[in-house]
Design a protein around this ligand. Structure first.
Ligand code: HEC
Length: 133
């Protein structure tokens, strides 16, 4: 009986570590074997880095919205599509987050850069065809 109680306690402690471990600010990453989802994986990264605040329902800086695939394909004032399906490196969205952006400031404007690991998730989504998934 004592043995069982101890085992139970250990299980509870491990379980709370698992829960706490997941409870950080980083959006949930995609499964390596599954396609990246725009709504589940890409949008939360945009949200975390303020992109939706300046390119969403409230503000459309440079006439760009990043909260819909359709608007990303249409692009902003530069006249270039923000996303070219299958070509992440050539896409304005990715180039604009790099240290030498083609247009004005590095995105997110006035904030810390999006970490490589998160940019890689967005690149994967573009290279997988930029589906509205
Ligand atoms: C504080 C407001 C602000 C935030 C936050 C912001 N942007 Fe921007 N964005 C701008 C402005 C302003 C421009 C116009 C270029 C410039 O002035 O640097 C721009 C331009 C762009 C463009 C080029 C649009 C075109 O004309 O083709 C892209 C792509 C872009 N932003 C993506 C992003 C992404 C992705 C994020 C988040 C990682 C982001 N932006 C966050 C303000 C913002």
């Amino acid at each position: 009986m004592l043995y069982l109680t101890k085992t139970f306690t250990v299980v509870i402690v491990i379980f709370s570590f698992v829960i706490t471990g997941c409870n950080d600010d980083d959006p949930v990453g995609p499964d390596p074997d599954e396609p990246v989802s725009f709504s589940e994986h890409v949008i939360p990264i945009f949200q975390q880095h303020g992109c939706i605040g300046c390119h969403g329902p409230t503000l459309q800086e440079n006439n760009l919205r990043v909260d819909s695939v359709e608007r990303l394909l249409a692009g902003g004032d530069s006249g270039e599509p923000a996303v070219i399906p299958g070509n992440a490196e050539g896409s304005m969205l990715i180039r604009q987050m790099s240290p030498n952006p083609p247009l004005g400031n590095r995105m997110p404007f006035g904030m810390s850069p999006v970490p490589e690991s998160q940019q890689d998730i967005i690149k994967r989504w573009i290279n997988e065809g930029a589906e509205d998934n």
